[in-house]
Design a protein around this ligand. Structure first.
Ligand code: PLP
Length: 372
């Protein structure tokens, strides 16, 4: 049996993608907000039920641009989580803002809303929470706190495309939400990303900012970079949208099978998704807590059998070498996040992962290697 990787990008049928990009050979229009870009944008706006979507070359630049668009004062403090990918914290710091790390909760690893208010000072300007693993943060409580203190909320929703809370899309919470369409995500455009928002004034601003700040043929209004999504990416998005429901339902079946095999085992903790949340089954995280094997032992056992799992998220972003001089850094300030980061493993999960492979993975985890 071959290797089982932690993830595997879903591809549309080859001829469907060729069909989608064929018109580009007629138009020779390959980027700069072409026909595919416009079509993909409006498909997303109606699918997500949000007034505006701006597309990007990748999720990171989408988040950086979304934060920049608020023109927050330099040195302002941003409440965020260290239990995330490097991108989130970097996007805050690259905007000359200071990340203030809030701990996470033990059940679903999202930001602990009960610990947020004590971190707010008169320097606090925004909250950048992260939806993790296909589950959502406590969006209602975050909205209440943000309103109470007059803070902007920009969600890193990289893990939460197509996720809903009480029937409302994750795109609709906060002042802005960022999606990543990286190849490893549930839905992808090879590389790509988007910012979703309701503020009409932002449409022109974000479109200018992602194109060098060029506002008109002879007017450069902002010190913008280049973060445009090209036509081939948008075409991949249009194709993959047609498979999205199928993708999620296959992931759901695989996740449920994992759950059936692993739940009820002492020392193995699976994450809890609240009933009001409709997940996209982006990842399958498992926390090993006083289990007969440690997280690292499981990782190595799986590796010996050609199975890739991932310590995700580890290390915490507040322990990164590049932040060692930040007074707000340090994992001792976020003990729950550190506890989870030392014990969590995300298991292989993708649409075409077979039950046979899941059995193999679970047998290794449970120590029933004889059954392999
Ligand atoms: C993937 C990811 C990003 C970055 O997205 P890219 O499209 O890879 O730039 C940011 N935050 C989180 C939580 C992610 O998982």
């Amino acid at each position: 049996m071959g290797e089982i990787l932690v993830t595997r990008s879903s591809m549309p049928a080859f001829d469907k993608y060729c069909e989608e990009i064929k018109s580009l050979w007629d138009s020779h229009w390959l980027t700069n907000m072409g026909v595919k870009h416009q079509e993909f944008q409006s498909v997303l706006e109606s699918y997500l039920g949000i007034s505006h979507v701006t597309l990007y070359a990748n999720g990171h630049l989408a988040l950086e641009n979304a934060i920049a668009a608020f023109h927050l004062p330099e040195g302002g403090e941003v409440i965020t989580t260290p239990f995330t990918f490097a991108s989130t914290t970097h996007a805050i710091v690259r905007n000359k803002l200071i990340p203030v790390f809030c701990d996470i909760n033990e059940d679903d690893y999202t930001i602990d809303v009960g610990k947020m208010e004590s971190l707010i000072t008169d320097q606090t300007v925004a909250i950048v929470p992260v939806h993790v693993y296909g589950n959502l943060c406590n969006v209602e409580e975050i909205e209440r706190i943000a309103n109470k203190y007059g803070l902007k909320v920009i969600y890193d929703a990289a893990h939460a495309f197509a996720v809903k809370y009480k029937g409302i899309s994750s795109a609709c919470f906060g002042d802005a939400a960022m999606f990543s369409f990286h190849a490893t995500k549930v839905f992808h455009t090879i590389e790509g990303g988007a910012v979703c928002y309701r503020n009409d004034k932002w449409v022109q601003l974000l479109n200018d900012m992602k194109n060098f700040g060029i506002h008109g043929p002879e007017e450069v209004a902002y010190i913008g970079g280049n973060a445009k999504m090209n036509e081939f990416q948008a075409a991949m998005g249009l194709c993959n949208m047609r498979y999205l429901d199928e993708e999620i339902s296959k992931r759901k079946k695989a996740s449920e099978y994992y759950k059936k095999r692993l739940s009820g085992t002492a020392g193995i903790k699976l994450s809890k998704i609240p009933e009001e949340v409709e997940s996209n089954y982006a990842y399958f995280p498992v926390v090993f807590e006083d289990y007969k094997y440690t997280r690292n032992e499981i990782l190595n056992k799986l590796k010996e059998h050609g199975i890739g799992a991932r310590k995700y998220f580890f290390p915490l972003t507040n322990s990164f070498e590049c932040y060692r001089n930040y007074p707000t850094a340090g994992t001792e300030k976020t003990p729950v996040a550190q506890h989870i980061a030392l014990r969590v493993l995300t298991l292989p999960l993708y649409a075409d992962l077979s039950f046979e492979d899941i059995d193999k993975i679970c047998n290794i985890i449970l120590g029933d290697e004889d059954e392999l």
